[in-house]
Design a binder for this molecule. Structure first.
Ligand SMILES: Nc1ncnc2c1ncn2[C@@H]1O[C@H](COP(=O)(O)OP(=O)(O)OP(=O)(O)O)[C@@H](O)[C@H]1O
Ligand SMILES: [Mg+2]
Length: 178
């Protein structure tokens, strides 16, 4: 399996959605020397004991009984470890979770970055009743897009035409990052 950084990001945001968050922020900051990814949510959070179990690749809270696919928190920790980066998970029960990943973009073992536009489009069009803000910066350029603003502007995000517009919108923002 060749999971990308974008697959990892998607899984982490998915975790926030599954934790019943209704306010999620994904921040991706790229510089020449650092790739920083921060995902913050106001979901159900984890106790210290749950967090310790969650780092175990063979544990899942009942969703998949027998397996882990190697994504999620174990993949996060493994990616950081393999590439000399750092991963930090802060969580408080009833308040939310924040995951911070700092990676060396030049490390040979870093997974491919993947397609950020398609990851962003699928996250934005995923049916959940909350707001998701995506902030992406590269060197001195940045953009930010929020699900609430998109719904205000376009209406339903699951509509085919609106998905095409959304893809074009994110793609043009991505191009401007250079
Ligand atoms: N943002 C979060 N808020 C609350 N709990 C979380 C969060 N992220 C992870 N967890 C807890 O950690 C567990 C492990 O997460 P992980 O993503 O590794 O696996 P999973 O979501 O159970 O399965 P998979 O990602 O393979 O579908 C989750 O089942 C959940 O209990
Ligand atoms: Mg998960």
């Amino acid at each position: 399996m060749h999971a990308t950084i974008c697959d990892l990001i998607t899984d982490l945001v998915q975790n926030s959605i599954e934790a019943d968050a209704d306010e999620i922020t994904l921040n991706v900051e790229e510089t020449k020397t650092n790739l920083r990814i921060v995902i913050q949510d106001n979901g159900k959070g984890m106790s210290a004991a749950t967090l310790a179990k969650a780092k175990d690749p063979f544990w899942s809270d009942g969703k998949h009984r027998h397996r882990k696919v190697g994504l999620g928190l174990p993949f996060l920790l493994q990616t950081a470890e393999m590439t000399g980066g750092s991963a930090e998970i802060e969580s408080e029960e009833g308040r939310g979770t924040s995951v911070t990943l700092n990676l060396d973009p030049a490390h040979v073992d870093l997974p491919m970055f993947g397609n950020f536009t398609s990851a962003a489009v699928s996250l934005m069009t995923y049916g959940f009743d909350g707001n998701l803000t995506i902030e992406h910066s590269r060197n001195n350029q940045a953009y930010s897009v929020s699900r609430n603003d998109l719904i205000d502007a376009l209406g339903c995000l699951n509509d085919m035409q609106n998905m095409v517009l959304l893809k074009q919108f994110i793609e043009s923002n991505e191009k401007e990052l250079g």
